[in-house]
Design a protein around this ligand. Structure first.
Ligand SMILES: Nc1ncnc2c1ncn2[C@@H]1O[C@H](COP(=O)(O)OP(=O)(O)O)[C@@H](O)[C@H]1O
Ligand SMILES: O=C(O)C1=C[C@@H](OP(=O)(O)O)[C@@H](O)[C@H](O)C1
Ligand SMILES: [Mg+2]
Length: 171
């Protein structure tokens, strides 16, 4: 398989970036995160891009960032939570090893709380979480080759579960 060893998808706050870094360390491979690529390329935080340019502009940048990372990176790749909203991006993910890190709404609210720099959860997080997951759950499931629940698990335990699920050996 060409491209990343593994792509992580799932809702914001589920631990894609945290677990992605741990997986990269454990496997002795590189780590890349499309949100970081966008921030570096734009010289602005994600929340500023949302406020200044709007979500559609962010999604266009994200689509390009995912496309480059899928061809230009061979380690662990974490996507932003909304990357799978784009049908072209979902098509590009076909043929890759994609792990959906999942959590229920209560765990999501506990983790992200009210103190979020995440523009999509600025008001009434629990209601927004429900709606967001209703809209996205089937898309995460569509692109995933494996699902790893994270509820009640530490990032280290999630990392182990991903390695077990994929039967990946450490370097
Ligand atoms: N398994 C976990 N249990 C509890 N907190 C977690 C877990 N994984 C990540 N976190 C915390 O949740 C927040 C979001 O994690 P992050 O890795 O940025 O998620 P994502 O990239 O999916 O948005 C961070 O503060 C992180 O420390
Ligand atoms: O779910 C989303 O739409 C988003 C998730 C964020 O990434 P994380 O999932 O890494 O938090 C970031 O890309 C942006 O705030 C939008
Ligand atoms: Mg992240």
């Amino acid at each position: 398989m060409s491209g990343p060893l593994l792509v992580l998808v799932g809702p914001m706050g589920v631990g894609k970036s945290t677990v992605g870094r741990l997986l990269a360390e454990r496997l002795g491979v590189g780590y890349r995160d499309t949100d970081d690529d966008i921030v570096a390329g734009q010289g602005r935080e994600i929340s500023d891009i949302f406020v200044e340019d709007g979500e559609p502009a962010f999604r266009a940048l994200e689509k390009d960032a995912v496309q480059s990372a899928l061809t230009g990176h061979d380690g662990i790749l974490a996507l932003g939570g909304g990357a799978i909203l784009d049908a072209d991006t979902r098509a590009l993910l076909a043929g890759h090893r994609v792990v959906y890190l999942s959590m229920d709404v209560e765990e999501a609210v506990r983790r992200t709380g009210l103190n979020v720099a995440r523009p999509l959860l600025a008001v009434n997080p629990r209601k927004q979480w429900r709606e967001l997951m209703e809209a996205r759950r089937h898309l995460y499931e569509e692109v995933a080759t494996a699902v790893v629940p994270t509820d009640g698990r530490t990032p280290e335990e999630v990392t182990e579960a991903v390695l077990d699920a994929l039967e990946l050996k450490e370097a």
